[in-house]
Design a protein around this ligand. Structure first.
Ligand code: PLP
Length: 456
């Protein structure tokens, strides 16, 4: 009887989820006002007594589904967040049903092995040095944090200081060098590591947001240099190879924040953008962005896995941490967590190397087409479109924001606003597996129709 009820519940969930996914193409990308009004139904006092499981699920679907943004659909271009391919949603469901806590190899050998395979495949597809280690974390924010914890360990150890044991009080001076256009979450990671959001040397950028390597200060003493693969506005890449050449001989650690841009390495037409990045010491990326797996899935990579383990590994009498095999929790801030590497394994197993390359290059082709469409119509594209990012201005700030608001209201697609190097722009980010040429043309038609109406 209990089995029957749980089967019916899970089948109902699957049926509702499938219906939702299939509606994403046809529905407005932004939820309608009535659907948003209805979410107030969620606001109620904690129930004294329980509710039937079927009713809980039905409430979530009936109120939550119409109020969600169609980020899983083909025309959400608001952030570089990708979608989630059907196979990764399916394997995510199954892995959720397994409910494995991927801490120790000895206890969950199958998921630990799947994550090891997924990591090895990522190292391969992204062209990182063989032997690179890493861990699966919630996103690029935590991937930056995790990789920079390994960096902090290594540069302090080289200076004769045990930062894990003794902390930062009294530690040797450590210089952190960042780009003026580093992503805000990088500063947050530095803050969480006790290195300071503001205690950094900021290197100026060029007209595309790339760090100017020639402005790098001399390296004298413990130093971490944070570079970026993929500027959040323009998609531009810091000259990572040149920076490595300039600072590594003096012993600096080079980190690459490649939340979405690291995926350029997987696509031959774009791979030149990350030239030399394999000479860095650590890298952060998101699988929930361009690899199109469900949230949440970031990855921290460190050239020498023992630097990461020195920063992250712990043990306790009740844990089995002395395995011959790789223990997942030695490489992540978390102890308990889901096996998020399984989704990565599924994505790579289903797409293969060529599928990932095609996904990345297809999104870049879509970006080029968007840029050409706006330029041909007489609007300003502010950036060199080298990857999947397009910045469009519709004139002054007020007009540009009015056009963006109207595009969001129209519902054909969804783009957000940004201010980049002093100019307000609409930001188009293409990273979903689901976006077709037809979606690009449909979206472009809608955006141009609105822009022409609102721009004098
Ligand atoms: C360059 C860069 N770094 C870090 C992040 C933060 O990633 P997440 O939101 O997955 O933590 C982003 C997000 O877009 C990004 O583009």
């Amino acid at each position: 009887m209990e089995n029957e009820r749980s089967r019916a519940l899970l089948e109902d969930a699957a049926r509702r989820a499938i219906a939702y996914r299939q509606s994403c193409d046809a529905r407005p990308v932004a939820p309608p006002a009535e659907a948003l009004d209805a979410i107030s139904r969620f606001v109620e006092p904690l129930p004294e007594n329980g509710t039937a499981d079927e009713e809980v699920l039905a409430l979530l679907d009936e109120v939550g589904s119409p109020a969600s943004v169609a980020m899983a659909g083909p025309r959400f271009f608001g952030f570089v967040i990708g979608g989630s391919t059907p196979v990764t949603v399916a394997t995510n469901w199954l892995a959720t049903a397994w409910d494995q806590n991927v801490v120790m190899h000895e206890v969950t050998p199958a998921t630990a092995l799947l994550e090891q395979v997924a990591l090895d495949w990522l190292v391969d597809v992204l062209g990182l040095p063989s032997g690179t280690g890493g861990g699966f974390v919630t996103g690029a924010t935590v991937a930056n944090f995790t990789a920079l914890a390994a960096a902090r360990h290594r540069v302090f150890e080289d200076a004769g200081w045990d930062v894990e044991a003794d902390g930062l009080i009294g530690a040797p001076v450590l210089k952190v060098i960042v780009s003026e256009e580093a992503h805000p979450t990088l500063f947050k990671s530095l803050g969480m590591l006790g290195l300071g959001r503001e205690r950094v040397v900021r290197i100026p950028v060029d007209g595309q947001g790339r760090m100017i390597a020639a402005q790098m200060p001399p390296i004298d003493g413990p130093t971490i240099v944070c570079t970026q693969a993929g500027n959040i506005n323009t998609g531009a890449f810091d000259p990572i190879g040149d920076i490595c050449d300039a600072v590594k001989p003096s012993g600096a650690w080079v980190h690459v924040d490649g939340a979405f841009g690291l995926w350029a390495a997987a696509s031959p037409p774009q791979a030149h953008l990350v030239a030399g990045m394999q000479n860095a010491d650590s890298w952060a990326t998101d699988a929930h962005k361009w690899l199109n797996v469900p949230y949440d899935c970031g990855v921290a990579f460190v050239r020498n896995p023992s630097d990461l383990a020195s920063a992250m590994a712990i043990t306790a009498d009740y844990l089995v941490t002395d395995s011959e095999q790789r223990n997942p929790s030695d490489y992540t801030p978390e102890l308990s967590r889901r096996g998020r590497g399984i989704d990565v394994w599924a994505a790579l197993r289903s797409m293969g190397r060529s599928g990932v390359a095609e996904l990345v290059s297809r999104c870049c082709r879509h970006a080029t087409r968007f840029a050409a469409g706006f330029t041909d119509a007489g609007f300003d594209v502010l950036n060199e479109v080298v990857l999947n990012q397009v910045l469009v201005s519709f004139g002054d700030e007020v007009t540009t924001r009015r056009v963006i608001d109207e595009i969001q209201r129209d519902g054909t697609c969804w783009c957000g606003a940004t201010v980049w190097q002093g100019k307000t722009a609409m930001r188009i980010s293409i990273s979903s597996w689901a976006t077709t040429e037809n979606d690009v043309e449909t979206s472009l038609d809608a955006m141009l129709r609105i822009a022409r109406r609102l721009v004098d």
